[in-house]
Design a binder for this molecule. Structure first.
Ligand SMILES: Nc1ncnc2c1ncn2[C@@H]1O[C@H](COP(=O)(O)OP(=O)(O)O)[C@@H](O)[C@H]1O
Ligand SMILES: [Mg+2]
Length: 265
């Protein structure tokens, strides 16, 4: 069993306009183990992507206080690729394009980076695994010979990220708004992929603004984030409640003095 723990995490970014650091995360606590799926919901601009980027080690996010532990070990000093080798995976709201590397080459390198030098995946095993997962995601083989994300449609990028997830088999997947811009059929395929990973060796932190995705990937635990903090934690019913009452309803119920981006002036 692997564990991921975020302890009293404070994170700031450089505010280019004001030429000063701006605190985005103001003390986030979160603990999860493989075998569990946690969802983080919250209004726009509240720090959800900041949390996932910081866990993955994106250098523009500065940790000013607190820690992130993977299996009890602090990962704060590790660069992104080392965190990936240790079993973290981030699927992003806006996936990057990489020129000159085909999808298949990328996948094989990523799988092998997670394995010892003397136990690299064979071409046969790789192709078998690729074929199985392409079928599961209803993806065409031609997708794997294209350069990574180059000219992929929004839906293709999302599907491709789930293909990466299935191929790389991380311990923890951070899935940031993987539902954004997907039609219902694509959403179902994405959910099918994630659900196929469920099990003792896999945990996921699913970040979403809307409850819709959580009808298809039912989380064990739901956290609500507002203004850089987790303000409430519950079961799947918490997501349903938010769908009905909105973030403003929860804010008022908790007596929080927070302005939401969606508030009217
Ligand atoms: N790289 C960055 N540079 C400057 N500001 C940022 C950066 N990333 C996030 N922010 C700011 O941090 C706040 C939280 O953003 P984000 O984490 O993307 O929220 P969410 O994902 O919940 O919508 C926003 O006010 C956003 O403008
Ligand atoms: Mg975001």
């Amino acid at each position: 069993m692997a564990t991921l723990e975020v302890k009293d995490l404070h994170v700031s970014v450089q505010d280019e306009e004001k030429k000063q650091e701006k605190e985005i995360l103001k003390g986030v606590n979160l603990k999860m183990s493989t075998g569990e799926i946690h969802a983080i919901m919250g209004p726009n601009g509240t720090g959800k992507s900041t949390l996932s980027q910081t866990i993955m080690g994106q250098p523009s996010y500065h940790v000013t206080q607190g820690d992130i532990l993977l299996n009890g070990e602090s990962i704060l000093d590790m660069p992104v690729d080392e965190r990936a080798r240790k079993g973290l995976f981030l699927a992003m709201q806006y996936p990057a394009e990489i020129q000159g590397v085909t999808n298949a080459e990328f996948l094989r390198a990523a799988i092998n980076a997670r394995r010892p030098e003397d136990d690299q995946i064979s071409v046969m095993d790789f192709l078998k695994k690729l074929d199985k997962n392409l079928k599961l995601l209803d993806m065409s083989e031609s997708m794997t010979e294209r350069y990574l994300n180059e000219g992929f449609s929004g839906g293709e990028k999302k599907r491709n990220e789930i293909l990466q997830l299935l191929m790389i088999e991380p311990s923890f997947a951070l899935l940031d708004e993987i539902d954004s811009g997907l039609d219902i059929d694509a959403l179902k395929v994405v959910a099918k992929g994630v659900n196929s990973m469920r099990g003792d060796n896999f945990g996921s932190l699913i970040i979403t603004h809307y409850q819709r995705l959580l009808n298809y990937i039912v989380p064990d635990t739901v956290h609500v984030m507002m203004d850089g903090r987790i303000v409430k934690t519950g079961g799947p019913e918490l997501a349903k409640k938010l769908e009905d009452e909105g973030y403003a309803g929860l804010r008022d119920e908790l007596g929080l003095n927070i302005k939401l981006v969606d508030d009217e002036d």
